[in-house]
Design a protein around this ligand. Structure first.
Ligand SMILES: [Zn+2]
Ligand SMILES: [Zn+2]
Length: 331
């Protein structure tokens, strides 16, 4: 009887809690700052499409972006890394583990929608900077050799991406979008593509500034962008590679895994391609050969993860993951 009373009390409490949650959701179903950030992203894309249509360049620029960001070299790297993960896994697991299947859905999303989005974000921000901030262009760079300019621009772009990543971890609004990337508990090379599309806005905004300042209207060499994307992709591989001495300079899978660590007590290893910025910011933690592969993910699972509960349909789960940052609710 006592347990019956307790059960009914628990039931009442749960009903009350559910009612109050649904009431809160009715009042604030949408997190407005996230919606505004999404609208900003759409506006930059609109600026890019308008400018490209005016010049009759939309198709050509989208094709060029596809050639850079979805290059055959990137596809080959992903395939080779998937094989390496089977041969030398940092953390042994099934090939069709839930995390792998879910991240494969993100890979499809990347190829279909994120690549054109990233291309248009780059064009949109470059157009806006060209129209309103021409003064940031450094005139003396015109006298420098092209190879030197490209090298400096690439390093500066990596620094800007580090700042964007730092902001992702420090600002609540940006973390809402970045948390999805960190929610992966079964890290693999495919996790590189597990990112909310809106998450790319800050990086492209910040990276455009030094590139325009240094390069003006001159384009970056496509193969350099592809190489940069490849370095950023390999770092999620489920292998123990630390790159030896090179790993002191270039971000390795073992180094980046520590950034995803479930047990981390502070944010470390924010670098995209170079460790330089982490070293300067005193947040570099280099892996030791004796280190076991650390578990990854977010403590307490503040986001829904595919590893929890019954196996969900990957595509409907993906839709929920993409909508989640815009909704008030558990974070
Ligand atoms: Zn991060
Ligand atoms: Zn990562």
């Amino acid at each position: 009887m006592a347990s019956l009373v307790e059960r009914s009390q628990v039931q009442l409490a749960q009903n009350g809690e559910r009612a109050s949650i649904s009431h809160r959701h009715r009042l604030h179903p949408i997190y407005l700052p996230a919606l505004a950030f999404g609208a900003l992203t759409c506006w930059v894309v609109f600026v890019a499409v308008t400018a490209l249509l005016r010049d009759g360049q939309l198709g050509r620029v989208l094709a060029a972006g596809r050639a850079e960001l979805a290059a055959p070299a990137l596809a080959a790297l992903v395939c080779a890394t998937l094989v390496s993960e089977r041969l030398w896994p940092a953390e042994p697991r099934r090939a069709l583990a839930r995390g792998h299947v879910q991240d494969a859905c993100f890979l499809v999303l990347y190829a279909a929608a994120v690549v054109p989005l990233m291309t248009l974000l780059g064009v949109g921000f470059a157009t806006l900077v060209g129209e309103h901030m021409r003064w940031i262009e450094l005139s003396f760079t015109g006298h420098l050799p092209t190879w030197l300019l490209l090298a400096v621009a690439l390093v500066a772009m990596d620094g800007a991406n580090w700042v964007a990543h730092y902001a992702d971890h420090r600002l609540q609004l940006l973390w809402r979008f970045h948390a999805l990337h960190h929610s992966q508990e079964e890290l693999s090379v495919l996790t590189s593509f597990r990112a909310h599309p809106v998450m790319h806005t800050t990086g492209f905004l910040l990276a455009t500034l030094p590139v325009v300042a240094l390069m003006g209207d001159r384009p970056m060499v496509p193969v350099l962008i592809t190489a940069y994307v490849c370095v950023g992709t390999l770092q999620h591989a489920n292998v123990r590679w630390s790159f030896g001495l090179l790993g002191k300079v270039v971000v390795s899978p073992a180094y980046h895994r520590l950034h995803h660590s479930l047990e981390a007590t502070r944010t470390v290893n924010l670098g995209i391609a170079l460790t330089l910025w982490d070293v300067l910011a005193r947040c570099a933690q280099f892996p030791l050969p004796s280190d076991a592969a650390c578990p990854t993910g977010l403590a307490g699972r503040p986001l829904a993860v595919e590893q929890a509960g019954r196996r969900a349909r990957p595509l409907s789960f993906l839709a929920g993951q993409l909508l989640e940052p815009f909704a008030t609710g558990r974070r």
